[in-house]
Design a protein around this ligand. Structure first.
Ligand SMILES: Cc1cc2nc3c(=O)[nH]c(=O)nc-3n(C[C@H](O)[C@H](O)[C@H](O)COP(=O)(O)OP(=O)(O)OC[C@H]3O[C@@H](n4cnc5c(N)ncnc54)[C@H](O)[C@@H]3O)c2cc1C
Length: 432
């Protein structure tokens, strides 16, 4: 596999709170030669939702995950099941793709959250749910003015003076609650998905990296010294994609690191001391945003962008930075114990919208990726959507046409993460 970060970004997952938050089932490893109608590469939210849909429709589907199940972004994210998935502002989207596609996209963001909600309810999964929508907090007076100007009809605005009463105390200038979305334990959601897909008939293999992908009659995948023949293949590798799986993907995606810390459980007194007692999931209005939430067990989760590199030095620097940012926003907790810290890769496209569709000039090959750090809902929905395309099933809901138009290549090839350097500098210097 050809990847663009240092090997540590692809090493064992350590320090992740979700890994310690339950007992996870063991999965088989792919052995020898096998056949299936559809092979899915990657067992995150995208791959498993696609598998679930295909298996329920009677398709013979097998999922191959390179690592232990839960190792990818789906097992290490912040658990915000919320609107999002792209980074285009609505006006820019309207200019680029027109009114119809923009409205389809906005409808799809809503449907994606409802889709995950529906799955959880249908299966009765206990995923430690909390939060009624999500709240954005203004980090400056300018951000607060913009928030007031842009608030949609369903948004609820909160004056600065109202925030302490809501249990959302902090250095904010105001806030806005959107009633769509909720928080979950992503590892528990992933486990539920994997079991449901297996019960529906999907075969799921972990520690089974796909090392080669070739077209002959159908597709052939090289896995663990064996091979798999499949009529159709789905690439569901998102930020953990390889430049050569398939070659078409080279430089069409940009993995970006995000970092998370989790505290020890905070007592009622500690929560009161900070004035943060709300179960609401929240994020601030910075371009390089901080996201945070008090979980039902009293632990506080806090996340932000990660480093440009995955070296020990860069890791240590981000660990200092995240602690510093956390303490600046929640000074009353400056000395609380951080029990868990980890990082992972999200995935951007040059177009700033996901890609969900067939790979050009490769009959039977499909891909779904690029959720811009918001893939709990959108990745899940994209999995169901691509499954419907691969097997001529009814679509789970709306989908704008631009999703299927292939993303262009980023400049700088395998050095493209350096494009983030000026973006990070500008955002941290001028984001007032
Ligand atoms: C730290 C962090 C915080 C985040 N917080 C949030 C959040 O709060 N809310 C939100 O909506 N989104 C969040 N995200 C983004 C979200 O987690 C992702 O968008 C989503 O999980 C993507 O799902 P996926 O299935 O497409 O990819 P992944 O879950 O990354 O799965 C891809 C899988 O492909 C496997 N793979 C790669 N190559 C191969 C191969 N050759 N053979 C077999 N398997 C392979 C990988 O091992 C990996 O498990 C966060 C991400 C990170 C990293």
């Amino acid at each position: 596999m050809k990847r663009i970060y240092e090997p540590a970004a692809y090493g064992p997952l350590t320090g992740c709170y979700w890994s310690d938050s339950g007992d996870w089932q063991d999965w088989p490893t792919a052995q020898g030669d096998m056949r299936c109608d559809v092979a899915i590469i990657g067992a995150g939210f995208t791959g498993l939702n696609a598998a679930l849909h295909l298996a329920r429709a009677g398709v013979d589907v097998a999922v191959f995950e390179a690592q232990p199940l839960g190792w990818g972004a789906s097992g290490r994210n912040g658990g915000f099941c919320c609107l999002g998935g792209g980074m285009l502002k609505p006006d820019t989207m309207r200019r680029q793709f027109g009114d119809t596609d923009t409205e389809l996209w906005q409808g799809m963001e809503q449907v994606a959250v409802a889709y995950v909600d529906g799955l959880i309810t249908e299966h009765g999964w206990d995923v430690d749910r909390h939060s009624d929508g999500e709240t954005q907090l203004a980090h400056s007076t300018r951000a607060w003015r913009n928030m007031q100007r842009d608030a949609g009809p369903d948004a609820i605005l909160h004056e600065k003076s109202d925030l302490p009463e809501l249990g959302l105390n902090g250095p904010w200038h105001g806030g806005m609650t959107t009633r769509t979305g909720f928080a979950l334990n992503p590892r528990k959601y992933l486990e539920g998905l994997a079991q449901a897909a297996r019960e529906a008939g999907a075969r799921i293999y972990h520690q089974s990296p796909v090392q080669g992908l070739r077209r002959n009659t159908g597709w052939q995948l090289d896995i663990n010294a064996g091979s798999v023949r499949a009529e159709r293949v789905l690439i569901a590798t998102n930020g953990y994609s390889s430049e050569d799986l398939p070659d078409w993907l080279r430089a069409r995606y940009l993995p970006v690191q995000s970092s998370v810390i989790v505290t020890s459980p905070l007592s009622d007194a500690e929560q009161a001391r900070a004035g943060w007692t709300s179960a609401q999931m929240a994020y601030d209005s910075r371009s390089l945003l901080h996201y945070f939430r008090l979980m039902p067990n009293g632990r506080f989760l806090f996340g932000m962008r990660g480093g440009l590199r995955a070296t020990q030095r860069s890791k240590a620097q981000i660990a200092r930075q995240i602690r510093q940012d956390f303490s600046a926003l929640f000074p009353a907790w400056a000395n609380v114990e951080i029990t868990h810290k980890w990082a992972g890769l999200v995935c951007l496209t040059g177009r700033l919208t996901p890609f969900v569709g067939p790979v050009p000039e490769a009959p039977g090959l499909f891909a779904a990726l690029g959720y811009h750090g918001n893939g709990v809902a959108m990745g899940s929905y994209a999995g169901a959507l691509i499954a419907s395309q691969m097997a001529d099933l009814t679509a789970p809901g709306p989908a704008p046409g631009f999703l299927a138009s292939p993303p262009k290549r980023f400049p700088l090839g395998r050095f493209r993460r350096n494009l983030l350097r000026p973006a990070y500098f500008l955002a941290s210097t001028f984001d007032l």
